[in-house]
Design a protein around this ligand. Structure first.
Ligand SMILES: Cc1cc2nc3c(=O)[nH]c(=O)nc-3n(C[C@H](O)[C@H](O)[C@H](O)COP(=O)(O)OP(=O)(O)OC[C@H]3O[C@@H](n4cnc5c(N)ncnc54)[C@H](O)[C@@H]3O)c2cc1C
Length: 480
């Protein structure tokens, strides 16, 4: 049985949800007629059709009253003006792959799906920019850039099926972020429509700018709560000719984390620096990956010119070695490299086979605090009598903490929730923050007051008010 979002206990009481739904405007017949005039068949009202837009990867559900398959900026401005006038909530949707409930229409209203605004408007290799509509898939853009020897650095594992609009709204990242940055570092300009239906343009297709406030960066990571992104000018990077991958095994997490700190302190920035704890190593072994037993593992990649790489790999190997290091292997060809990465790739399927429930949090701490995070997480695992495994982007201090439990067991589900709270407390105590790439949505919204002080949250609320005075853009997300 699918539980509706408001039937779940986790974030809101049913009374709270009902109150908010009443407070927001409803879709009256006259509003529907006005929308139909603008949109025609691009307005979906049939609940069965709308159902497909009631989920995201948080696996919760909230049914929208209508879905708009938006096709142009002008159309969208008209829709937002109507929603502003009638106080109809709007939830932007790329491809619904976010994990935090950010794309769920928890107050009903309209889902704006950007799947039809999926054109690459320009690729200008000389300026190193691509101009895209928000519905373009990250993977499709990367394919289009290949012939130019360029790429757009943000590389979420979901690249093949997540949209650039969603990537921007969540400030998505991936393994390459350690060298090339996450989404926020790779966008030059944005066009977006605010909660009054006004079209705003921030930034330009230039790599230097000192012209006023940098509001593009503000919109990136705002999860559709400030404005609807309708066009983005992306900063492109030349693709490196070649790469080398290394696998380093350690006796324990502390030795691996010390190596991460050594690697980040030397001059060659790895293009990936991924961490797996001992349990992950065992899972990979169980899945048939041929690696020796170890307390922790680092996957390191460097990229650049072939002439530079051999010497660089030697240097990296030197820094990866040290107290507690068991071995460092360099993969010299593609096949050997694939074998190294197979350990990392085998993880997600293996986790799914271990337990029916998984809470995957993507907390971040300063790199030097990775050992304290991982050992603290193991204490929490013991306290709650649950299995918790850690892996992720060590070079950014961004670890995926996977709390495993049996969904059908209510006691385990409660302990998993307690463990999640404890992980957030620990992360904040270590000088870290709640999310490195997945965002806040509704999943972490009620922890924001722990991560940010009251004055800072108030400043964020004030900014929200400026962009969205009627609070119609993704209401109830991000800010408590
Ligand atoms: C298997 C898998 C692996 C993943 N791996 C990673 C990873 O490695 N790194 C990572 O960062 N994330 C990862 N994710 C999470 C997710 O893919 C990203 O957050 C992605 O950026 C979401 O894109 P989307 O198109 O699906 O957006 P959606 O999920 O549809 O929306 C996400 C948010 O963006 C808003 N939004 C969408 N479009 C717009 C727009 N045009 N204007 C304003 N707001 C908008 C929505 O309202 C919502 O708040 C993964 C997800 C899955 C399922």
């Amino acid at each position: 049985m699918v539980l509706h979002y408001w039937q779940r206990d986790v974030w809101h009481s049913p009374r709270g949800i009902a109150k908010r739904r009443l407070a927001m405007g409803k879709l009256r017949d006259s509003t529907i007629e006005a929308l139909q005039t603008i949109l025609g068949e691009a307005l979906l009202l049939d609940p069965a059709e709308c159902l497909a837009y009631s989920y995201d990867n948080s696996r919760h559900q909230a049914q929208p009253d209508a879905v708009v398959l938006i096709e142009s900026i002008e159309q969208l401005q008209s829709v937002v003006r109507i929603c502003y006038e009638h106080r109809i909530p709007i939830t932007a949707r790329g491809r619904g792959t976010n994990t935090t409930g950010a794309a769920l229409p928890i107050n009903g209203g309209i889902v704006i799906s950007f799947e039809r605004m999926n054109q690459i408007l320009a690729i200008r290799p000389g300026d190193r920019v691509a101009i895209v509509q928000p519905g373009v898939l990250n993977g499709d853009l990367q394919l289009a850039l290949k012939p130019f020897g360029l790429f757009w650095p943000p590389d979420p594992t979901s690249a093949a099926y997540s949209s650039i609009g969603g990537n921007l709204a969540c400030n998505a990242g991936g393994p390459r972020a350690v060298k090339y940055g996450a989404t926020r570092d790779n966008v030059l300009a944005i066009k977006a429509i605010n909660g009054r239906g006004e079209l705003l343009s921030f930034g330009a297709a230039v790599t230097k700018s000192s012209t006023g406030f940098d509001l593009s960066r503000l919109l990136i990571g705002s999860e559709g709560t400030l404005a609807l992104i309708v066009e983005a000018t992306l900063k492109l990077t030349p693709k490196a000719h070649s790469s080398r991958a290394l696998r380093a095994l350690y006796q324990d997490t502390q030795s691996a984390a010390d190596a991460v700190a050594r690697l980040m302190a030397q001059p060659i920035t790895p293009s990936m620096l991924e961490f797996m704890d001992g349990q992950c190593v065992q899972l990979a072994r169980d899945a048939g990956v041929s690696i020796p037993d170890a307390g922790a593992l680092l996957m390191i990649e460097i990229d650049g010119d072939d002439t530079f790489l051999d010497k660089a790999a030697f240097d990296i190997e030197k820094f990866a070695m040290g107290n507690g290091c068991i071995s460092v292997d360099i993969a010299n060809d593609v096949q050997a490299r694939e074998q190294l990465w197979s350990a990392r790739k085998a993880l997600s399927p293996s986790l799914r086979s271990l337990a029916s429930g998984k809470i995957n949090e993507d907390v971040v701490v300063p790199v030097s605090n990775i050992p304290a995070l991982v050992s603290g997480v193991q204490v929490i695992a013991q306290q709650q009598a649950l299995k918790i495994v850690c892996f992720g982007h060590a070079g950014n201090g961004n670890l995926h903490i996977n709390i495993l439990y049996e969904k059908e067991n209510s006691d385990q589900a409660l302990r998993a929730k307690n463990a999640m709270h404890a992980v957030f407390e620990l992360t904040l105590a270590l000088g870290g923050t709640l999310s490195g790439e997945h965002g806040i949505g509704i999943a972490k919204r009620d922890f924001m007051h722990k991560a940010l002080d009251a004055d800072t949250l108030k400043a964020m609320q004030d900014i929200k008010q400026v962009f969205d005075p009627a609070n119609i853009l993704n209401p109830g997300k991000v800010l408590p």
